[in-house]
Design a binder for this molecule. Structure first.
Ligand SMILES: Nc1nc2c(ncn2[C@@H]2O[C@H](COP(=O)(O)OP(=O)(O)OP(=O)(O)O)[C@@H](O)[C@H]2O)c(=O)[nH]1
Length: 352
């Protein structure tokens, strides 16, 4: 069996633009795996493919060799004979599809007869098209072009969908980010707090939530202006991010001049130690608005709640407790952290 040359009318067309299957982008490499057991047929196909401008043609005479070549070389397209010694073309097509896992390589079956059942079974096995042997070069080139077009389209779609996925990821991150401080915003914090409560419940580990609020910030704003106030919030945001050294610790801007810290696996005593360290670090943070007489010292008050969550623990109850503790820290003189569970603030604890 050989490749039939096209009639003269077709030949003139082939000899012009249609003769090559990649006239627009001949530089892009394209490889084809020919799986055909008859040497004369295989040689003729290989020749036609080279003439059509295919950059690499791989050859296999049986299914197993085809599969090995496919795995190692990943051709762009497969021309697959149905009747092969040993495993037939349908088996090969199924194996190729399994090997791909989410990828797609066009498979064109080569059928001896114009047999409808062959076509149906070929498509069922994962084939995309078929060619009747002996193969006419003009039809071969046309099908290669069509498949390449589909392949290019699919690749563009895959690239676009990866870009879209990345953009979505970025968007999701942005939706949960506070633009002034670059900390997680209230929305992100709510989601993370829910997740950490569930994790701590599962693991039976203590979870700490701290709400921190700048002291006398209204006065600061009124005296030095909102822009300087914003600068302050940025400094504090940076400090809170620095203080969250464990990978699962989260610093968030809860709103206005209020911040929240989620500290997984942190017991009550650890939370108080953390709060005192935070207060110490804040002491080294001096701000100097242009219209201020000198350096200014910022202070924070904080409410702490710590628990090993059970089925009654919710984000709302934890936030309520932290808020109540924050109120106590403010009423007891500010510049301190109050623990809801210990009913004690960091200054009282230090004096014990
Ligand atoms: N610059 C700036 N100020 C903000 C922002 N969000 C909230 N504020 C200000 O923070 C101040 C909070 O004031 P208050 O709630 O009275 O609290 P405070 O003056 O810090 O008093 P205490 O909390 O009791 O110590 C208000 O003046 C708000 O306008 C912000 O994004 N930027």
């Amino acid at each position: 069996m050989s490749v039939i040359p096209p009639p003269s009318s077709e030949r003139s067309a082939i000899e012009s633009d249609a003769a090559r299957f990649t006239p627009q982008d001949a530089s892009a490499p394209f490889s084809v795996l020919v799986v055909e057991d008859q040497p004369s047929m295989r040689t003729a196909l290989v020749r036609e493919l080279h003439q059509a401008g295919v950059s690499e043609v791989l050859e296999a005479e049986n299914g197993r060799a085809a599969l090995a070549l496919f795995r190692s070389r990943r051709p762009d397209l497969v021309l697959l004979d149905i009747r092969l010694p040993g495993e037939d073309g349908y088996w090969v097509a199924r194996q190729l599809r399994e090997t791909e896992r989410g990828e797609w390589t066009p498979i064109i079956f080569l059928s001896g007869l114009d047999n409808d059942l062959d076509v149906w079974r070929g498509i069922e096995a994962g084939g995309d098209d078929y060619l009747v042997k002996p193969v006419k070069p003009i039809v071969l080139v046309a099908k290669l072009r069509a498949m390449r077009r589909l392949l290019d389209m699919r690749r563009r779609l895959v690239t676009l969908s990866a870009e879209l996925h990345l953009a979505n990821q970025k968007l999701n991150e942005m939706v949960e980010l506070d633009s002034l401080t670059n900390l997680v915003n209230r929305r992100g914090m709510d989601r993370m707090l829910h997740a950490e409560i569930a994790a701590a419940r599962r693991e039976g580990k203590p979870l700490t939530l701290m709400l921190c609020d700048l002291d006398h910030f209204k006065q600061f704003n009124d005296t030095y202006g909102h822009v300087q106030g914003d600068e302050c919030l940025k400094h504090v945001g940076r400090l809170l991010r620095e203080v969250c050294v464990r990978p699962r610790d989260v610093a968030a801007r809860y709103g206005g001049e209020e911040f929240a810290l989620i500290l997984p696996n942190t017991p009550r005593s650890g939370a108080m130690t953390f709060a005192r360290a935070l207060g110490q670090m804040l002491k080294s943070l001096k701000v100097r608005p242009p219209n201020a007489p000198g350096e200014l010292q910022l202070t924070l008050s904080g409410g702490i709640t710590t628990c090993i969550p059970d089925e009654h623990t919710s984000a709302e109850t934890m936030l309520m407790r932290a808020d109540e503790a924050l109120y106590a820290a403010k009423s007891q003189g500010r510049n301190r952290f109050f623990s809801f569970e210990m009913q004690m603030d960091t200054i009282e604890q230090r004096q014990l």
